[in-house]
Each structure stands twice: as structure tokens, then as C-alpha cells.
Design a protein around this ligand. Structure first.
Ligand code: 6PG
Length: 462
């Protein structure tokens, strides 16, 4: 196999280099940081002393993988590479780049006769080393060159590689962005369920860990549920406190969840869980506002009971809605941007290697295979049946949350989204009337065709 270049020897870069080497690929790496180069060298990676040496060490047509932080670092890396590249060479951005940046870079590289791929890789350090999920987009020709290698390095589920080329330009990074939007939503749903386990069921942390472990054996089985149980069991050695209680609750974010939410708003997709999950992290970090508005919980009347089964059902319903919203965003964006996104393939490739890998993705993939285009995911008979069974638990969990003052923005958004789809008529008819009242915007009527206005007050008379 030819030698492949790898620019960026941080934790993920080194882990991926190890994986690629296991596939029989000869990797040559470089990182501007001498410490990163030294570490990589110590781990047995062949490291170049400078970028020119890296590029010269590769025979044309070259392929260089970028594993650098998204944003300006990617542009800087491309700028630095360009003088050494010749027509036919290929650059593969394996970071969490914004898909619009990937589109721009793809076009600029194509203008120079260079190939460009934007590849979303999920699974953190362990995934990069042992088999991540890989969502590729960009030049189809470029994919024929590095696709086989990345496919060999990817995770597998039932012998199907969790790796696919999903379309040109930014299609791969768009899909990874939606993966992260769902990741944010599911993490927030799990956090809310934990809060209810403590304040609604009165569980200690190790008992909550048992609960999540039990959830993991059922329909909710997933990587995120497994690590939740694991984290909840950790105890701080000197103090004996549950470890999670010593962690500052200001949640951080690098932007991918925010990008997914902005995209959903722009596409007119009501991906409310994705948006609420981002807002929940932002709110958690507003320490001054939280301090100013903080109150001790009111004693209030006796609170109704909530059961572990309600929490499991609530989390299941919420998770189904999070996936439904994510896939709707993919479907809408795919149509808008002309990407041939195969949604069932995306669901299948998320079944292993990535952060949102979950048992639910198998029935979701089957539903996406069966459903005619344009039919919502949760209209699938099998998923609808699961959702119907989970709905009373979601309502009970939210009643308990409201009574106890437990904030549950994503669970509540899931129920609001479901109910808004279930009722025959929405109160938005009143919004249409208000718009016409103050702005003569007009509205459609249900009993006759055309555009209409309210009878004006002066015309209607006293
Ligand atoms: C993955 C993850 C990863 C992401 C982290 C942190 O799929 O491996 O999505 O790409 O960078 O989860 O993201 P935040 O800092 O925004 O939480």
C-alpha cells in the first residue's frame, strides 16, 4: 500500500495512525508541535521534521489526512500544504469542520486540480484506534482512493462497515453535524432522566447507576447509557462523594450542536430537542443569572409518585423523537443541497463506532428502508407502537418534574413536539388571525379557497 500523510498528531491523530497502520497502511505524520511529534515518534509513528519533508516523502498522487481543530487551523493547514501539492493530490479533512467550510474548500481545491474530502469521524480516541464510524463527503474520485483504507479502519456492525461516502461537497460533514446534534439531545435527555431519578425516585448515585445499567439491557441499550452508568458509579477517593457531584455543572460545547440547530431553523425543520439541548448547555453556563434567580424549592403540597418504568419510557420516547428530528433534518437538507443521502445507510453506519450508537438504530434503519419518501420516521408502524406504549410514562415523568421543579427541557420538548403532531387542530389558527389583524397579512380558510382577511372592526360595526 502507498504511504499516506497525516497532518495533526494529537490524541485522535495518533490513535487513527495506529489504526491505519494495523490495516497495513504506511503512515507518515507531522505536527507543528515538537511535543506531539516526539510522542508520536515514541509510539512508533514515522514522523517528518517539517511539512515539506512530509509532502516530499509521499509519491504523487498524494493523499494527506488532516486531523486538526475545525476552523482557521484547517485553512492554515491547507495553505501550508498547497505549495508542495501537485494536480491529482488529495486532502482529506477528518475533523469536525462546518459543512459550509468544506463546500468552500472543496470548490477551491477542485479549481486547482486537487481532490478534497470532508470526512466526519465519530467515536473519540477509542473509536479512532479501534474502529470509528466514518461519514464521508466530497470528490467521488478521491473516495475511490482512500475509501477502501478508511472502510477497513472503520467499526463494523453485523459485518457491514460503519463507513460510507454520502455525497459530494459537505455531505459527510453535514451528516456528522447532525450526528452531534442528536448526541447533544440524547445526552441532555439522559441528564434530565438522572435528575428525575434523584429527585423523583429518591435514588442515590449508585442506585441511579443500577437503573441506567438496567435500561441498557432493554430497548434503550446504547453507548451513552453504558457510560452514564459507569460515570455514576465513580466515587471521589478522598471525600467519598459521588464523583459527578464534584464536577462544575457549566456544560461546555465546541459548536457542532449549535450549527445543527441553526441549520434546522434555516431549513424550517422543528428539531426542538436539538435546539433545547444546546440552550440547556448555554443556560447551565450562565452562573451569574442562575445565582440571581436561584430559590430554595417550595415545600408545596404532596407530590404524586413516579416510577422507574415511567423514566425508562420517557427516555425512550424522547430518544425516538431526537432521532426522528435528526433524520428529518438530514432528509430536508439532502433535498435542498442535492445530496443523495441514503438515510437507512446513515442509520446503519451509526450502529457501531460512534458516540450515538444504540440498539434503537436497527429498528430505525429498517423503518427508513420501508418508509416511502416524505413519510415521517415515527409514522412507521413498529416505531409508532413503541412510542404509543412509552407516552404515558413520558407524561407521568413530566408531571413529576413539574411538581418538583426539576428542569426537563428536552423531555418537555419531546412531548410538545409529539402532541403538536397528534392533535387535529393547532392554536396557530389564532396566530394567523393576529397577523392579519395587525398587518393585513391574509390567511387561508378551511371552508373555501383563496386568501382572506378578518372582517375589519370598522366594517363589522358596533
Ligand atoms: C464524536 C463526538 C466528537 C465531539 C465531542 C465534543 O462523534 O466523536 O461528537 O466529535 O467533538 O463529543 O463535542 P462538544 O464539545 O461540542 O460537546
Amino acid at each position: 500500500m502507498r504511504v499516506i500523510g497525516l497532518l495533526g498528531l494529537g490524541v485522535i491523530g495518533r490513535a487513527l495512525a495506529e489504526n491505519l497502520a494495523r490495516q497495513g497502511c504506511r503512515v507518515r505524520g507531522f505536527d507543528p508541535s515538537p511535543e506531539a511529534r516526539a510522542r508520536a515518534s515514541a509510539e512508533g509513528i514515522k514522523v517528518s521534521a517539517d511539512l515539506a519533508d512530509l509532502v516530499q516523502g509521499l509519491a504523487p498522487p498524494r493523499a494527506v489526512l488532516l486531523l486538526v481543530p475545525a476552523g482557521r487551523d484547517v485553512d492554515a493547514a491547507i495553505e501550508a500544504l498547497l505549495p508542495g501539492l501537485t494536480a491529482g493530490d488529495l486532502v482529506v479533512d477528518c475533523g469536525n469542520s462546518h459543512w459550509r467550510d468544506t463546500e468552500r474548500r472543496s470548490a477551491a481545491m477542485a479549481g486547482r486540480g486537487l481532490g478534497y474530502l470532508g470526512v466526519g469521524i465519530s467515536g473519540g480516541e477509542a473509536g479512532a484506534r479501534d474502529g470509528p464510524a466514518i461519514m464521508a463527503g466530497g470528490s467521488a474520485e478521491g473516495w475511490t482512493r482512500v475509501g477502501p483504507l478508511l472502510t477497513a479502519a472503520a467499526a463494523r456492525f453485523d459485518d457491514e462497515p460503519c463507513c460510507a461516502w454520502l455525497g459530494p461537497g459537505g455531505a459527510g460533514h453535514f451528516t456528522k453535524m447532525v450526528h452531534n446534534g442528536i448526541e447533544y439531545a440524547v445526552m441532555q435527555l439522559i441528564a434530565e432522566t438522572f435528575d428525575l431519578a434523584v429527585h423523583g425516585l429518591g435514588l442515590e448515585h449508585d442506585e441511579a447507576a443500577d437503573l441506567f445499567e438496567r435500561f441498557g439491557h432493554g430497548a434503550l441499550g446504547s453507548y451513552l447509557i453504558d457510560i452514564t452508568a459507569e460515570v455514576l458509579r465513580l466515587v471521589d477517593e478522598p471525600s467519598g462523594e459521588p464523583f459527578v457531584e464534584l464536577i462544575n455543572d457549566a456544560a461546555e460545547q465546541k459548536g457542532t450542536g449549535n450549527w445543527a440547530s441553526v441549520e434546522a431553523l434555516e431549513q424550517g425543520v422543528p428539531a426542538t430537542l436539538l435546539m433545547e439541548a444546546v440552550a440547556a448547555r448555554s443556560l447551565s453556563a450562565r452562573k451569574a443569572a442562575r445565582e440571581a434567580l436561584r430559590r430554595e424549592p417550595e415545600p408545596g403540597p404532596a407530590k404524586g409518585e413516579v416510577h422507574a418504568a415511567d423514566l425508562e419510557a420517557a427516555l425512550l420516547a424522547g430518544t425516538l423523537v431526537a432521532y426522528a428530528q435528526g433524520f428529518e433534518l438530514l432528509a430536508t437538507a439532502g433535498a435542498t443541497h442535492g445530496w443523495p443521502l441514503d438515510l437507512a445507510r446513515v442509520a446503519r453506519l451509526w450502529r457501531a463506532g460512534c458516540i450515538i450508537r444504540a440498539k434503537l438504530l436497527s429498528p430505525i434503519a429498517k423503518a427508513l428502508e420501508r418508509l416511502p419518501e416524505g413519510v415521517p420516521l415515527l409514522a412507521d408502524a413498529l416505531l409508532a407502537e413503541r412510542l404509543e406504549a412509552a407516552l404515558p410514562g413520558l407524561r407521568a415523568a413530566l408531571l413529576a418534574a413539574a411538581e418538583r421543579g426539576v428542569p426537563t427541557p428536552c423531555l418537555a420538548a419531546a412531548l410538545a413536539w409529539l402532541d403538536a403532531h397528534r392533535v387535529a387542530r393547532l392554536p396557530t389558527r389564532l396566530i394567523q388571525a393576529q397577523r392579519d389583524h395587525f398587518g393585513r397579512h391574509g390567511f387561508a380558510r378551511i371552508d373555501r379557497p383563496g386568501r382572506h382577511h378578518l372582517p375589519r372592526a370598522e366594517e363589522a360595526g358596533p
